[in-house]
Design a protein around this ligand. Structure first.
Ligand code: C2E
Ligand code: MG
Ligand code: MG
Length: 509
């Protein structure tokens, strides 16, 4: 009996155990089902709230995404690519001359321009494309698809800028630089916009108005540039900058009329760095002001020293576009001339054609002030821009320098000859002197002289040399190749160049 009682008890216990196990399983099932449901709900909630915040993060006037909206949409689209494959492109669009126009024509004009550009770009928004305003003059597009789709979008964006933009009676051409980075091929989500910006900067470095896709070596280039800029910041203080000088020669008398100051950077590790490399960097990173001031002062100091030793010639300094927009440039040159007792007509400002033809009020104002101050103004690298006779007449220029590219090709190319011929004719019609730069061969020299070119500059006569070398060449009675250097420097030679301008020959220079 006791055995049957025991088995009854055991059966009851086992039954109870089975029941509670079943209950636990059911409860667990319910719990997990609830958990899953709430997880799904949370994901859905996050998606909806992101969508909502993206919608809220749109500029009310233009309809463009703001930065938070851009980040939210980019996250969603990246998740989709991660989940179901495919690709997307981010385009970084930057207006090339926006800040210059904004400074020149005022902020109201700048705001109007931005509104116009924004509404044109907003028209790209569709199921596969989103447009965002990142900052003044900077936009980003996200486009679903591979690089071909990204490039096609960049093409369409460039087309938006093909015409002129008009605001408040001012009409202006506007270009943009576009960089494209693709996900996942060009790196993680976090790096996407940065890589597109790097590609955009590389377009800008090459003159802007174009687009290009991100390339792995771009990061290295930018790092290299950052190191160089850092070194450039201390180059002045450490005395690593030096002016070299290259003479300009009168084509008839073959006598020296002037010396052009050409900046050199003695880098402790890289050796001599070309101004073609570091002047654009100095402009971009706000260092050109201090460097430009030093060049002006140093050129005047050297000219004063030459004068003390009886050498008579103009000194020419290259003035960058940034310097032309500084409102006290002319004051600073005048002060340097005064300190070194040099007449304004003995100081040449070389301004490239592209900068000279910038139709901004500020640049024009500087030209007017240069005219009043009596500086000798030269238009450098002439022939590469789009100057008209009318625009040239407005400038206080006394000299045009034919761009080296045409001089180099003179003996091989009929095109180069006809351009050089037209420049000489144009200059003659406007009573300007013509200087040919980069003259390397006797053939080029002879052709230029036969066409009536007034002055020559180039390796045929002299490479750019240090101020001391220039002085020594004169004082040690050495002669420059092909040039009667000695006589022209020591006597008050009334060469056509020095007589021909509107300033009388000074007593002290
Ligand atoms: P640029 O003013 O047009 O100067 C002419 C350039 O051609 C100089 O290059 C000169 O060394 C070079 N050159 C002269 N003759 C010949 C020749 O016969 N053959 C060849 N192949 N080249 C010749 P560099 O010194 O490298 O200067 C390049 C540019 O850098 C200058 O062009 C100028 O725009 C800019 N630059 C130089 N110094 C300064 C400066 O102090 N300030 C500013 N803002 N720009 C400067
Ligand atoms: Mg020059
Ligand atoms: Mg030049």
């Amino acid at each position: 009996m006791s055995a049957s009682l025991l088995s009854d008890h055991t059966g009851a216990w086992l039954g109870l155990l089975a029941l509670s196990l079943l209950l636990t399983i059911v409860m667990l099932g319910m719990y997990f089902r609830e958990l899953r449901r709430s997880l799904v709900l949370a994901v859905e909630l996050e998606r909806v709230s992101k969508q909502l915040s993206a919608q809220l993060a749109r500029d009310k006037v233009t309809g463009l995404l703001t930065r938070p909206g851009f980040d939210a949409i980019l996250d969603q689209w990246v998740q989709k690519v991660d989940g179901s494959g495919g690709a997307l492109c981010v385009l970084y669009v930057s207006l090339d001359n926006f800040f210059m126009l904004n400074d020149a024509f005022g902020h109201e004009f700048g705001d109007g321009l931005l509104k116009d550009v924004s509404s044109r770009l907003a028209a790209f928004t569709c199921a596969d494309t989103e447009v965002c305003s990142l900052a003044a003059g900077e936009f980003a597009l996200i486009v679903k698809g591979e690089m071909v789709v990204g490039r096609a979008a960049a093409d369409r964006v460039s087309d938006v800028f093909a015409g002129r933009f008009a605001f408040d009676l001012i009409q202006t051409p506007l270009t943009c630089s576009i960089g494209i980075a693709m996900y996942p091929a060009h790196g993680s989500r976090a790096m996407l916009l940065g890589h597109a910006a790097l590609a955009m900067r590389s377009v800008r470095l090459n003159g802007g108005g174009d687009f290009c896709q991100y390339d792995l070596k771009m990061g290295a280039d930018v790092r290299e540039q950052a190191i160089l800029v850092n070194d450039l910041r201390s180059a002045l203080e450490l005395g690593q900058l030096e002016l070299y000088f290259q003479p300009k020669i009168d084509a008839i008398s073959l006598k020296v009329t002037a010396a052009e100051a050409l900046l050199r950077w003695h880098h402790p590790e890289r050796g001599l760095v070309s101004p073609v490399v570091f002047i654009p960097l100095a402009e971009r990173y706000g260092l050109i002001g201090a460097i430009g001031n030093w060049v002006i002062e140093e050129a005047c100091r050297k000219a004063a020293r030459w004068r003390e030793r009886g050498l008579h010639m103009r000194v020419a300094v290259n003035i960058s576009g940034y310097q032309m927009r500084e409102d006290d440039l002319v004051d600073r040159i005048e002060a340097a001339l005064l300190r070194n007792n040099i007449k304004p007509g003995r100081f040449t400002c070389e301004i490239t054609e592209s900068v000279a033809m910038e139709d901004t009020k500020v640049t024009q104002l500087t030209f007017d002030r240069m005219r009043e101050a009596g500086f000798h103004v030269s238009i450098d690298d002439f022939g590469t821009g789009y100057s008209s006779l009318a625009s040239l007449r407005r400038l206080p220029a006394a000299e045009l320098k034919i761009d080296r590219a045409f001089v180099t090709d003179l003996e091989q190319s009929e095109d180069a000859r006809s351009i050089a011929r037209s420049i000489i004719n144009m200059a003659t019609a406007l009573n300007l002197r013509v200087v040919a730069e980069g003259v390397e061969t006797v053939g080029q020299c002879e052709w230029l002289v036969s066409m009536g070119c007034n002055e020559l500059q180039g390796y045929l006569f002299s490479m750019p040399i240090t101020a001391d070398e220039l002085e020594r060449l004169a004082l040690d009675e050495h002669h420059l190749k092909n040039v009667e250097f000695q006589e022209s420097l020591f006597s008050e030679t009334r060469t056509a160049a020095l007589d021909g301008d509107f300033h009388p020959l000074p007593n002290n220079f």
